[in-house]
Design a protein around this ligand. Sequence first.
Ligand SMILES: Nc1ncnc2c1ncn2[C@@H]1O[C@H](COP(=O)(O)OP(=O)(O)OP(=O)(O)O)[C@@H](O)[C@H]1O
Ligand SMILES: [Mg+2]
Length: 243
Amino acid sequence: MAAAYASTGYKVCLLDMDVYAPSLCSYFRKTPRAYLNDLIEGKAGIEEAIFKVSDGLNLKGELHLGLASPSKEDIQDIEIRHDQKWQLSALKQFLSIKRQLFSEHGFDFIFLDTSPGIRFWSINALAASDIMLMLMKISDMDIDGTKKMISEIYDSLTRFGSKNYLILNKVGGASPREEYNDPSSIATIEEEISRAVGMPVILSIPCYCDLQFNRHEYLSAINTPTHGFALKVKELVEKLDKF
Ligand SMILES: Nc1ncnc2c1ncn2[C@@H]1O[C@H](COP(=O)(O)OP(=O)(O)OP(=O)(O)O)[C@@H](O)[C@H]1O
Ligand SMILES: [Mg+2]
C-alpha cells in the first residue's frame, strides 16, 4: 500500500513499528545503517535509519523505509529491559521524529506497520496515526478479537479524532468454488461484520492463492499492477484519497 501511494507521486515513508516481531527487514532484504530502535533512543539520526528503497522501481514518487531490529537482544531491550522512564523518553523522540519527517523531510504520508494487541509500541503507533486500517479475516475468532481491541483501545483513540476502518482480507471473490464469489454475499458479510464490530468496512480483499506461489512476494501492488490484489490496493488508495 505504501508503494502504491508512492507510485502515484507521493513521498512515502514506511516504518516497521512491529518492533516485537519485525519482518520488513526480511521482506525488503535490507540492512540499514541504523535501526528505528537506535533512532528512538537518540543514538542515530533520521538520515541513518531511514533510507530510500524506490530507486529502480520506476515510481512517480518515492518510497523510504525505516526498519526495526530483528536481533533477539534488541527485541528484549524494547520489551522488558528498558524501564518506564526510557519508554516515555523514546515515545517523545518518536513523536518528534514523526513531526520532522513531515516538516523537514517533506514526506506526504507515513505508514506505520504494527502488530495487533495492546503492547506499548503498538498503541503508540495507533495513537500517533490519523487513519487506522485494521485488517481482519472473517472468522469468528477474528471478529471477537477485533471487537475486543476496539472496545479496549480504538474507541478512545477515535475520540481524539482519528479515523478507523476495517479491511476484510482473504474473503471470497477469487475462489475456484463459485459459491464464494458472489458479490452480494460479500456485501452482506461486510454489513454484518461492520455492525458486529462497530467500525465501517472500507474494502474487502479476496484471497488470491497464487500470491503464495512466489518465493519472494515483493511489492505486489506495483510489480503486478493488473493482478486482482494490486487492483484492490489501488481501489483502497483511491477511496482514502477522497477523504
Ligand atoms: N488477500 C490475500 N490473498 C492471499 N494471500 C494473502 C492475502 N493477504 C495476505 N496474504 C498472505 O498472508 C501472509 C501474511 O500476510 P502479512 O504478512 O501481510 O500478514 P501479517 O498479519 O502482517 O503477518 P505478521 O504478523 O508476520 O506481520 C503473506 O504470505 C501474504 O502473502
Ligand atoms: Mg505484519
